[in-house]
Design a protein. Structure first.
Ligand code: ADE
Length: 226
């Protein structure tokens, strides 16, 4: 998979892809992430990329031309399955969206900054708008990293134990059951006996019951969605 990320602050996003699991995914050639600085596509001599909004109001707007040039150049080089604008106005990211995006070849993520982007960029190029939650960040960069992480970890071969993504919270609309490792007693707190029993059916039943209990307590809305 290839992800092209367009931003005014590409440096803000480098370290997540140069560390740990995502780094290994890049090294193994399972994912490629390319950054593009909008300023490199500015057309006037001041390398201007934002301007005041028509109609007035606070904040600056990212200009249509540099973004159009950048996206058009990428589109002339390969087919993109989705061109995604990171914005609080978008569809809220969830596991279903991450699963679906993890099956495609090429993605563009466009990070907004300032007050946002000229509507005509959306009209011309954007095929999907994604929010990472009902709060506003200073720009789309951190949201783009969250989205990329949620997708790349699902690519076959990225996680060591291929099962581990399948048993994540949310994969079956349930939160995770509690997990433990050694020692079996710590400060008087014991690991549930069933987990030490070696009875795999009993362990699986316990894990399922606990996942239902925790989901009922914390996120009953996940059942209502089903
Ligand atoms: N840009 C600013 N806030 C955002 C959010 N919550 N999700 C995605 N992109 C954003």
């Amino acid at each position: 998979m290839r992800i092209d990320i367009i931003s005014v602050l590409p440096d803000l996003m480098r370290s997540p892809f140069e560390t740990s699991i995502l780094k290994r995914a890049m090294e193994k050639g399972l994912a490629e992430v390319h950054f593009h600085n909008v300023r490199d596509f500015a057309t006037n001599k001041h390398r201007q990329i934002d301007d005041a909004p028509y109609g007035g109001g606070a904040g600056m707007v990212m200009m249509v031309e540099p973004l159009d040039l950048c996206i058009s150049k990428l589109k002339s080089e390969r087919h993109y399955d989705e061109i995604i604008y990171m914005t609080p106005d978008g569809e809220t990211l969830n596991q279903r969206i991450a699963n679906k995006l993890s099956t495609v070849e090429n993605l563009i993520f466009l990070c907004g900054h300032y007050k946002g982007i000229d509507q005509r960029v959306r009209d011309l190029h954007i095929t999907k708008e994604i929010s990472i939650g009902d709060y506003v960040l200073t720009g789309g960069e951190l949201a783009a990293c969250v989205l990329a992480d949620s997708i790349i970890r699902l690519l076959p071969g990225v996680l060591n134990d291929e099962q581990s993504a399948l048993t994540d919270s949310f994969q079956d609309d349930l939160l995770s059951y509690p997990i433990y490792t050694r020692p079996d007693v710590y400060k008087g707190l014991e690991v549930p006996k069933v987990l030490l029993s070696g009875n795999f059916q009993a362990i699986e039943d316990w894990q399922h019951d606990e996942a239902i209990r925790i989901t009922t307590e914390r996120r009953p809305d996940l059942f209502e969605k089903k």
